[in-house]
Structure formats: C-alpha cells, structure tokens
Design a protein. Structure first.
Length: 368
C-alpha cells in the first residue's frame, strides 16, 4: 500500500498524485511540488489515503512544502505576466503570418519555462516564432498544439443547457463519446442539438449511457409481441427514464395504443444458454479419429448391422419339414449321382426297368 494525496494545478484540470511525506496537508491547502516541467503551485483536492501499489505509477514525487503568503503572491504575479505574454505572442503571430490560433499561456512557478497553447488545421512551422519569443522573454519557450476540446476546456463558456460547460467546471479527463449513445437515448441526430461549444459530441451523453444500457436489458424490444392486462399487442415505443412500454393492443379488428409499466408486461424471453464447463468444452472440441481412406479401385466394406436377438426362440422350419416328410436329420443320405449318370447314359433305352436293374447290379459288383 502507498500513501498519496491528489493535487490539481488548474481549475477542472487533471488530478495528479504525490507523496505527502511528513507534511500531510489537508484538502484546500496550496502546496509547492516538483513536476516533470519544474516547480508548480497547486491545490490539494483529496486528502491523505492509502491505495494499492498497482493503481499508481512509481516513483511518486514528494511535496516540497506547503505554500505560504509569499508563494501565493508570486503565483498572482505569474498570472498577470501570462496575460501580457498572451498579447505579445498574438502580435508576433500576426507579424510572421502564421495560420494558428493562440489559446492560452502558462508559466511555471519557478519562471523557468513559458508554454503557449494554440490550435491549427494542420501542421505549422513555428521555428521562427519560437526564436522571436525567446529573444523577447529571455527564457525557455515551448509551443504546444492542442485539440478543440482542450481549447473549450481552457476558455470555458456556457453549454446548450445554459450551465457552464462540464469540461471547464468539473471534468478532469475527457471520456470517449460516440453517436451510438445518442441513438440509444433516442435523441435527435441533428448535429446542432447534440454537439457542444467545441463542435464535438456533448460529454453529457456519457452520463446516462450506463442507465440506458442496464434498463434496456429488462425491457422488450420494439416490434415485440407482448401480453398485457388488456390483451395481446405489439411494442411501438419505449420510455427508458420512466420505464414504461407503449403497446398497440389488438381489440378484434381494431387496436388501441396504451402505455404500461414494464412490470405489468409479459413477453417471451429466450432462455439463457448455460456456459459449458471446461471439461465438457474439451470433450466437444475433440474430433473422432479419422478412418484411413480406402485405396483407389477398392470399395470399403460396409459396417455390419448390429441387431438384438429375440427373446423367444422360434422353431426351425427344417425340423418341421422333416417331421412332416418322415425323414430325420440324423439319418444317412445316400448318393444318387451314379444312378443319375446311368440314367442319363441310357436315356434312350425304351425298357427303363431293365436299365435300372442292370445299373444296380453293376453297382453291387463294383462294391465287392
């Protein structure tokens, strides 16, 4: 854990963290700290607290001292000098005929550096301007090009709502804003109505985005068929702030448009698919082993068909046939081929009885 305090150097500027050391100033005190661009005069915004080491970027710079009246007077003198330097820089820009707009001037507390902020449509070659300003102020000069949002933050002003702009009053950092937020909030997509004084999308579109996203999850979509206390109908409008649903209720051949709270409307919600366990995902991702392809010219034999044998044993049809005929399967079977051959050879003999008797006699003689 690290002990930190939050210090801000400009009104609605970014909050920087420092090590309080042994001083432990309270919120509202002005302190002198050492920064990357020199000594700075800032105000303590957040008191001493402990945070995790992962939330800070080491090493933390320590507070040099708590500001006194002399330091406050020196800060006021620097503010008056910044206004004079602003006018001098404007004249120098006109003399060099540079296409740039000067926004603001800042001077470090120790008067070691003078920073000029400007905006431009493209890149500007201001090397001759820097040399001219260095010869006038006899100090280190630095020119920084900023965007239109930073320009609005430094200049301030009133927003379309009539209040001071958010970035110039309390916003420390700019949040990303997209046209999708305006669509989610059902706002007019007219650029003049959703743009701020900087010409970009208003930062306040981000404020209600989380509420709209969370509430829309519990509301039916446009065109969804729903069930209400007065019958079935179709959703035609949603009011996220009031959490109401406008439904065109069907009444026979006619229909009526009525508004209901979300809690009184029913609709089909698709079931949430359970997330498979890691083991099940591994099993489903495994593919069965691929069988080797059959060689060319050979057909792969079909897999045998598995069947369950019946529980009752049927009678053998051959056994039934044998009982009917009167011949058992265990009785010997005699060859009839010699008789068949003799019959085929003597097929042309008219006395077939004599031919059969002769064939039997020759068969007996050969058996002896």
């Amino acid at each position: 854990m690290a002990t930190i305090i939050g210090v801000r150097f400009k009104n609605a500027g970014k909050l920087y963290y420092f090590d309080p050391g042994e001083l432990w100033p309270v919120p509202g005190n002005f302190v002198i700290v050492e920064t990357a661009r020199g000594m700075e005069y800032g105000q303590v915004i957040t008191g001493v607290r402990e945070v995790s080491d992962d939330l800070i970027t080491p090493p933390l710079r320590a507070i040099l001292r708590i500001a006194n009246e002399r330091d406050a007077a020196h800060a006021e003198d620097n503010a008056r000098f910044e206004k004079e330097a602003y006018q001098i820089c404007l004249r120098k820009i006109e003399e060099h005929r540079l296409d740039m707009k000067l926004v603001g001037v800042e001077q470090t507390f120790d008067n070691a550096k003078l920073l000029f902020y400007f905006t431009a449509n493209g890149r500007v070659d201001f090397r001759s301007l820097v040399k001219d300003l260095a010869s006038v102020f006899r100090t280190r000069i630095e020119l920084r090009q900023i965007g239109v949002r930073d320009e609005a933050k430094m200049l301030g002003g009133l927003g379309p709502c009539g209040r001071p702009i958010c970035c110039g009053s309390f916003l420390g950092d700019f949040q990303p804003v997209s046209i999708k937020m305006a669509k989610e909030q059902n706002l007019s997509l007219n650029p003049t109505k959703i743009s701020g004084v900087c010409g970009r999308l208003m930062c306040c579109l981000k404020y209600d985005e989380d509420h709209y996203e969370q509430t829309r999850r519990n509301m039916p979509k446009l065109g969804k068929d729903v069930e209400t206390a007065e019958g079935y109908g179709t959703v035609i409008d949603l009011n996220v702030l009031k959490e109401t649903v406008t439904v065109r209720v069907r009444k026979g051949d006619n229909s009526e448009i009525k508004t209901f709270p979300v809690a009184e409307v029913r609709w089909f919600k698709p079931p949430v698919q359970p997330v498979p366990k890691p083991q099940e995902q591994e099993k489903s991702s495994r593919k069965p082993p691929r069988k080797p392809d059959a060689p060319a010219g050979r057909s792969q034999p079909a897999e045998p068909f598995a069947y369950a044998e019946p529980e009752t044993v049927e009678e053998d049809p051959l056994a039934v046939l044998d009982e009917d005929v009167g011949v058992g399967l265990d009785e010997p079977v005699y060859e009839t081929e010699p008789l068949t051959q003799e019959l085929e050879e003597h097929a042309g003999v008219p006395d077939w009885k004599q031919a059969v008797a002769d064939a039997l006699r020759r068969a007996q003689d050969s058996g002896r």
